[in-house]
Design a protein around this ligand. Structure first.
Ligand code: AMP
Ligand code: MG
Length: 484
């Protein structure tokens, strides 16, 4: 692994240097060949195991925890920072550099009352979801590996510590800008320094002047909107959309109590610490805007408010357009050449009516979409019909759908295309849970199988059909806690 140290050398004062505390008896629990390729690695070696478990120095690593703040559940926390994640530097790969971070590597100056550790179950979940989202073509940070250990970690009971080796194009969060706005009240120096660094590293086509800053912020608005459009289309609830968990690059980031929807439910809450549903599935688009508004506020010392507001005003369109594109593809509706606002509105209504029907009939979100891959859209009665208890309501929706769809020239091709957008396999919470229980019992096979299947979520993979099933009773509506 070849590391460079741009953040570390160019931004002193934006982090604390801190060394990981080694896990005892480290062993590989998971490894992603796909993620390894990104940074030019091939296989999990003993040397890497020692280095990435914090038991030996990694050549070229600087070891630091970044400082940032953030709005958590709506309230501002002036200083957060990496409480349990230590960055080694930026690893060079064939297509760019990736921050390498040891999540769960031990305490840092930002740990507050925490122990700096991650437990195995949360490390495995972060690993699985990072790779699953990637293979669903959703922008996300990646995970190279999970390292398990004998190190005891106390949560509600004694568990074991683990490290997720996270790869991120950047670890810069909305919260970084909030910290350097508020901590440096009245001085824009550090904020500007951070912004210039971000632009140089990740937006090389933009200039480090006001014109560049304005274009940059608009890009952040668009990237965030695009990410959330993907979440809403695939049925993914992040669970903790605090501004410190929002990547400036619009990558899905910092996973905790996330969930993919099983039964479709607009107000689904996956986070035990969120009884009021601030981060419920259907709230995500609005929270994305709220978070961007906090980022905009932090940027007011260097970008005029009018320009920030103008960019924020583009958020809704920047979310709705990719969302419409994804949902039209899921339904197999032809893209309109240059749709009028009325036509967009009609399509949104058609989509909304369908998800309402799914919710009323308690249908599985993923399975229902997948059935479009077997649908003959020219048939008078749809093969989906029998899934709906309120058949009359379905029939009336289906009629509207058919008239919008028009004639499909090549039905087989149309069906194949539906299967390329509607996944068969998603990381259902109960599947993650089953894999975790097996790991606790020393059996890595279910985790490896799940990882393998989620690499090709759009393929039939008939021998793994059972992993496409709805959850059993115990696995329905699992709500995870933040404390992991
Ligand atoms: P999260 O909700 O996981 O994004 O965490 C919010 C903040 O709490 C971040 O600053 C984390 O670094 C910190 N944190 C979470 N868990 C721990 C832990 N076990 N030890 C220290 N800090 C933690
Ligand atoms: Mg976080």
């Amino acid at each position: 692994m070849k590391l460079k140290q741009d953040f570390f050398t160019e931004l002193p004062g934006f982090y604390s240097q801190v060394y990981p505390q080694g896990l005892s008896n480290p062993h590989w629990l998971a490894w992603s060949d796909d993620a390894a390729q990104l940074i030019g690695l091939t296989k999990p070696t003993d040397e890497l195991l020692l280095g990435l478990s914090g038991n030996a120095a990694v050549e070229g690593a600087s070891y630091y925890a970044q400082v940032y703040s953030g709005h958590q559940f709506g309230g501002y926390t002036p200083r957060l920072g990496d409480g349990r994640s230590i960055i080694l530097g930026e690893a060079l790969g064939p297509n760019g550099a990736w921050d390498v971070a040891l999540k769960g590597g031990g305490p840092t100056p930002y740990s507050r009352h925490g122990d700096g550790r991650a437990v195995m179950r949360s490390a495995v979940r972060e690993f699985l979801v990072s790779e699953a989202l990637h293979h669903l073509h959703i922008p996300t940070t990646r995970a190279l590996a999970v390292i398990g250990s004998d190190t005891p970690v106390w949560r509600e009971s004694e568990e074991t510590g683990a490290i997720t080796v996270r790869l991120a194009r950047s670890h810069i969060r909305f919260g970084h800008f909030e910290y350097f706005c508020h901590s440096e009240r009245g001085q824009a120096d550090k904020l500007t320094q951070l912004l210039n660094f971000t632009i140089c590293q990740h937006y090389p086509h933009l200039s480090c002047d006001l014109a560049g800053y304005k274009a940059w912020f608009l890009q952040v608005v668009k990237d965030t909107a695009q990410m959330i459009a993907h979440w809403q289309a695939v049925g993914f609830a992040h669970g903790v959309m605090n501004t410190d968990n929002m990547s400036i690059l619009g990558d899905s980031f910092d996973f905790g109590p996330f969930a993919f929807l099983d039964t479709f439910q607009e107000d689904f809450i996956c986070n035990h610490s969120d009884p009021e549903g601030r981060y419920a599935f259907g709230q995500q688009p609005g929270i994305g805007l709220w978070n961007l508004q906090r980022l905009a506020q932090a940027l007011t010392p260097i970008i005029p408010s009018d320009d920030l507001i103008a960019a924020l005003n583009q958020y809704q369109g920047a979310l709705v357009q990719p969302y419409l594109k994804l949902m039209r593809a899921k339904l197999g509706l032809p893209e309109r050449v240059s749709p009028t606002p009325d036509q967009d509105q009609q399509d949104l209504e058609l989509i909304g009516q369908f998800t309402v029907l799914m919710e009323k009939n308690q249908l599985d979100y993923t399975q229902t979409w997948r059935r479009f891959g077997k649908l003959d859209p020219s048939a008078k009665h749809s093969s989906l019909r029998d899934d709906f208890i309120d058949i009359a309501a379905f029939d009336s929706w289906y009629q509207a759908y058919q008239s919008r769809l028009g004639q499909v020239a090549d039905i087989e091709r149309w069906q194949t295309e539906r299967n390329q957008i509607n996944p068969k396999y998603i990381l259902r919470n109960y599947l993650a849970q089953e894999a975790i229980v097996a790991v606790e019992e020393g059996n890595l096979a279910p985790l490896e199988r799940l990882q393998l299947v989620l690499r090709n979520p759009f393929d039939e993979q008939v021998e793994h059909e059972d992993l496409a099933k709805r959850p059993p009773d115990w696995g329905q509506g699992l709500i995870m806690s933040c404390s992991s």
